[in-house]
Design a protein around this ligand. Structure first.
Ligand SMILES: [Fe+2]
Length: 283
């Protein structure tokens, strides 16, 4: 079997991420910086060449059955109910969740996604795009590069991410629905801003932005402070989105509770590193 070369998949004419000395690289980067400064979200349309998309879809289809299906009710923070708070509090608002994550250990060395994630030019470019000093690949063997699968009627309710920034690649859309909605910087590391979150949950917030991603689009998104969701997918076709995760501290992994919920299992590393966090957010 021929080895996979990420340069065959990424549209390097449009996004020359392996030539940081070029003027076109600097232009791409400055556009991303402007987008991220505006609302914490940058989309690189057609990052993957259109003619290679079918291979990515096939890669997803091959391991789709390995996805961990979740049918649960969660709040935006993935925490338990707290009866001491008023019923209207965001921590007490629970929503149906029905989707599936294909864990990272299904994307082995002979997969396109793994080869993109581990190509040195890719994280270097993402780090420059995010302008982060502390930037590491996620050390979580179940979560570093995964695929989120959403089937008919499913979506992902309002939530915050565990990691500060997420890089996603749209692979396949459902026939309808599946729009991405987000509220930039609605909370910070020191302020949960529950009042504004409550407005979003009640459908009265003016802060919600909507985005329709197409296959091959790469999205750089700051999801730790931006409340976001995926609207329900309609029609008989799965929505596939790959998620490449990076974090600000070396060696970080997901919490035990979160990992069990999202992937249906934990590994020894999750137990060894439980409690190693760099902030005091709820989750
Ligand atoms: Fe998210």
């Amino acid at each position: 079997m021929a080895s996979i070369d990420p340069t065959d998949y990424i549209d390097l004419n449009r996004y020359p991420i392996n030539t940081p000395s070029s003027s076109s690289y600097r232009k791409v980067l400055s556009d991303i910086h402007a987008d991220l400064a505006e609302d914490g979200c940058a989309v690189l349309r057609g990052f993957i060449r259109p003619d290679r998309i079918p291979e990515l879809i096939a890669e997803a289809d091959t391991v789709a059955a390995k996805g961990h299906r979740s049918f649960s009710r969660t709040n935006a923070y993935f925490t338990q109910d707290d009866p001491s708070l008023p019923q209207s509090h965001p921590l007490r608002r629970f929503y149906d969740r029905s989707n599936s994550f294909i864990p990272a250990d299904n994307f082995t060395g002979d997969t396109i996604l793994r080869n993109i994630y581990e190509w040195s030019a890719f994280p270097a470019f993402i780090q420059a795009a995010l302008d982060e000093q502390n930037f590491y690949r996620y050390a979580d063997p179940l979560a570093d590069v995964i695929i989120n699968t959403v089937e008919q009627g499913g979506g992902f309710p309002w939530h915050f991410d565990t990691n500060n920034f997420t890089v996603t690649l749209a692979i396949q859309n459902g026939l309808q629905g599946g729009e991405f909605e987000y509220c930039p910087n609605i909370r910070s590391s020191s302020n949960e801003n529950y009042a504004a979150v409550q407005e979003v949950l009640e459908g009265t917030s003016p802060q919600v932005k909507t985005l329709q991603l197409e296959p091959g689009d790469l999205q750089i998104f700051k999801g730790r402070y931006a409340l976001h969701r995926v609207k329900p997918v309609e029609g008989d076709r799965k929505r596939y989105v790959a998620i490449f995760s990076y974090v600000e501290a070396d060696g970080m992994v997901g919490s035990l509770e979160r990992t069990q919920q999202l992937y249906g299992r934990t590994l020894p590393i999750h137990h060894e590193r439980a409690g190693l966090r760099t902030d005091s957010l709820v989750d």
